[in-house]
Design a protein. Sequence first.
Length: 158
Amino acid sequence: MARKFTNLKDLEKYVQDEVYKSINKNEYMLEDVASQVMEKVTEKVVYDAYTPETYERRKEKNGLLDRRLMMFTYHGKTKNGTVSYFENTALGNDNLEDTFLVDTIEHGLEQNWNKTGEWSKPRPFVQKTAEVLNSGEIYPFALDTVKKMLKKSGLNIK
């Protein structure tokens, strides 16, 4: 049954509510999209920045590319729409095994490195992932997934 709206504010609220409900019902689809975007950005921003000579990167094996460690930790409504927190929960190793690797890599936290070098410079992959997810440069697969998610919730998306 088609709904009728008498003003844009009511339409906007309806769409925001439907998006919020859709996110909660289909979190796995949205998580897949965010993980794919984070994976591509991480390859470019983190791993393409330099090639290590003294250690082997963990990547998909408990490292920054391990999708099991990428997840939404919060969805909520705000005055202007919805907010979601997507996090990479990979932990460091050796002296950083109780520390989220993201903080060290994203900000280049010098206190978390044994020495300084190319690897210790900030590589803001989380910031770039958020920029991609919030912009028009979102990857085509992501847009298709979001459309499917909203259609599954009953919205006619073209």
